[in-house]
Design a binder for this molecule. Structure first.
Ligand code: 3PG
Length: 400
């Protein structure tokens, strides 16, 4: 983007593909981290006199307008954060978008409605996606890719549109890629990775890669129970992916062969039922050893011994990557495991990266200071796929 700015953008229509996919409670944004993350790019372009057209997806609507997924609240928040009026087009490439963009003065910003209200955005059919990208291209003279959270998607606005316009990477993408490189090239050791979240199947490919790169892997969250079961323990009614047990066993063997320390919970908090995340009523969980989960109980967080153990395993790390909560952090009874890992990252003298999605939201909603971490990524799936070594369509499209 610095190259673009030095060429001069005054009067040019610049399409910024952002990721404004923020969590909403009705029309209230519960975490605006992704909007704040794209501000440097939008500000720099507006200050240089560009006519800035911001576009994003939000949620997973079915290729047609759906008010529950409108970008209007995100556009309003962007305006508040910029301290400027932000125009909002009620469609993406239709009459409203065309007239809104035509009405922009130099230095003004507009947001167009959710890209995924159009079937062409996510279509698997190249021609359908291409046709939508052609319509998007009519809105702008230049493309800036800055929606890091979506670069793993082969979608029209991420992959096909940059091929139709002069294209540049924004500040957020540049920062995110710079950070992830530190986790893949010349990594400072010990390199410790904490992985949590519900499903082990979402993390298989990244675990596969990390078994050749990390020094220590700490496992928590719902996925830990498939590891405990693979180890031969009974896990009661805890989340379990039976079909992943052979893969997990193979990982445990490979970790041992490669000298990677694979650390599992030694105790867990259990309850007979999943907590109510809205009412947040007290559930009085009990703490049990990881090999003694009662048959009628569900593991919902790592226990106090595991918290201490994981903190000690993180204490001497030179590089840390953390993705996925350690328990059901949305309920106060099961937030301590996730808090302990977040605190251990803050206390660590090493370079610490929080992967996006739930762990980034956890850090913010649990009240931690974002500045205390080395980097909080805006991309959950995107950062994992980067670490898996995959080619990310939205980065490949910007590379030439
Ligand atoms: C995310 O939330 O990870 C990104 O915004 C991508 O969203 P998606 O998984 O719906 O493509």
């Amino acid at each position: 983007i610095d190259e673009l700015l030095s060429e001069g953008v005054a009067g040019k229509r610049v399409f910024v593909r952002a990721d404004l996919n923020v969590p909403l409670d009705g029309t209230t944004i519960t975490d605006d981290g992704r909007i704040r993350a794209v501000l440097p790019t939008v500000k720099a372009l507006a200050e240089a006199g560009a006519r800035v057209v911001v576009a994003s997806h939000l949620g997973r609507p079915k290729g047609a307008p759906d008010p529950a997924f409108s970008l209007a609240p995100a556009a309003a928040r962007l305006g508040e954060l910029l301290g400027a009026d932000v125009a909002f087009a009620t469609d993406t490439v239709g009459e409203s978008a065309t007239s809104t963009v035509a009405g922009l003065a130099d230095g003004q910003v507009a947001v167009v409605e959710n890209l995924r209200f159009n079937a062409g955005e996510t279509s698997k059919d190249d021609a359908e996606r291409g046709a939508f990208a052609d319509r998007l291209a009519e809105l702008a003279d230049v493309y800036v890719g800055d929606g890091f959270g979506a670069v793993h998607r082969r979608h029209a606005s991420v992959y096909d549109l940059p091929a139709r316009l002069p294209h540049y990477a924004g500040y957020l993408i540049a920062t995110e890629v710079g950070v992830l490189r530190k986790l893949t090239e010349d990594v400072k050791r010990p390199y410790v990775v904490a992985l949590g979240g519900a499903k082990v199947s979402d993390k298989l490919a990244v675990i596969d890669q990390l078994l050749g790169k990390a020094d220590r892997l700490l496992i928590g969250g719902g996925m830990a129970y498939t590891f405990l079961k693979a180890k031969g323990y009974e896990v009661g009614i805890s989340l379990l992916q039976e079909d992943q047990i052979p893969a997990v066993r193979e990982y445990m063997e490979r970790a041992e062969k490669n000298g990677v320390e694979l650390v599992l919970p030694v105790d867990v908090l259990v309850s007979t039922e999943f907590p109510d995340l809205k009412a947040k009523a007290a559930t009085h969980p009990t703490t049990v050893a990881a090999d003694a989960i009662p048959a009628d109980q569900e593991g919902l967080d790592i226990g106090p011994e595991t918290r201490k153990l994981y903190a000690s395993k993180l204490a001497d790390a030179a590089t840390v990557f953390w993705n996925g909560p350690m328990g059901v952090f949305e309920h106060p009874d099961y937030a301590e495991g996730t808090k302990a890992v977040a605190q251990a990252l803050i206390d660590s003298p090493g370079f610490t990266v929080v992967g996006g999605g739930d762990s980034a939201a956890a850090v913010r909603t649990l009240g931690f200071d974002e500045q205390a971490f080395g980097h909080i990524s805006t991309g959950g799936g995107a950062s994992l796929e980067y670490l898996e070594g995959k080619t990310l369509p939205g980065l490949a499209a910007l590379e030439d």
